[in-house]
Write a protein of this length. Structure first.
Ligand code: AMP
Length: 212
């Protein structure tokens, strides 16, 4: 199954993607993770992307489309995949339609007010890449899963978050209409508890049999 997860930053797309990919045994392709890895390795893509990612703006479409085109041509994608964070502009969604249109697009909805609280309190483990909210941590610097060091993403500061939410509303939210017109969009309520959101997504994918 070829899936796209759409939704604002902080909606829980990455967390839900991990659950769904494990259940359906498909690769999780997060363009944000790919860009952060390219930036830390200093690759040509990383050098092009760095300033955009750190300011919360969008990396130019051409860079992303090429990166995703290459990734989707790898052998592990033959059985399907979940794209998390791509497409983010109408131009990217048109390019994806030409590369290979998704079977289903899941729109994870969360209000801006909740997103702001989630993102400013988000901590990421540098070892296992787990994501946590400070309200759930007894020590805001140590990963409760693996003991690794927790950090705040550089783009999780209040000013950058405001910019990322504006970018989402102006450039990415129009994709809701795009995929509604394509007939592939299903919206789930990302404010619900994590396991309920997973359940809603599986139902939207027609995979509710996998719940048992
Ligand atoms: P994310 O981890 O999905 O929140 O992405 C982090 C940052 O990577 C975004 O704020 C953008 O700067 C960049 N990025 C990720 N995916 C895309 C995309 N599809 N198009 C443009 N920029 C992207």
């Amino acid at each position: 199954m070829k899936l796209v997860f759409l939704g604002p930053p902080g909606a829980g797309k990455g967390t839900q993607a991990a659950h769904i990919c494990a259940k359906l045994d498909i690769p999780h392709i997060s363009t944000g993770d790919m860009l952060r890895s390219a930036i830390s390795k200093g690759t040509p893509t990383g050098l092009k992307a760095k300033s955009y990612v750190e300011s919360g703006g969008l990396v130019p479409d051409e860079v992303l489309i090429e990166m995703v085109r290459e990734r989707l041509s790898e052998s592990d994608c033959a059985k399907g995949y979940l794209l998390d964070g791509f497409p983010r502009t109408v131009h990217q969604s048109e390019a994806l339609k030409e590369i290979c249109p998704p079977d289903r697009v899941i729109n994870v909805f969360v209000s801006d007010e909740k997103l702001l609280a989630r993102l400013t309190g988000r901590r990421v483990c540098t070892a296992c890449e787990g994501t946590f909210h400070i309200s759930m941590l007894s020590n805001a610097e140590i990963c409760p899963s693996c003991g690794g060091k927790l950090i705040q993403r550089k783009d999780d500061t209040p000013q950058t978050i405001t910019n990322r939410l504006n970018v989402y509303h102006t450039q990415t939210a129009p994709l809701i209409d795009f995929y509604t017109a394509e007939g592939t969009l299903r919206t789930v309520d990302g404010d619900k508890p994590e396991d309920e959101v997973t359940r809603e997504i599986l139902i939207a994918l027609g995979s509710q049999d996998d719940l048992h």
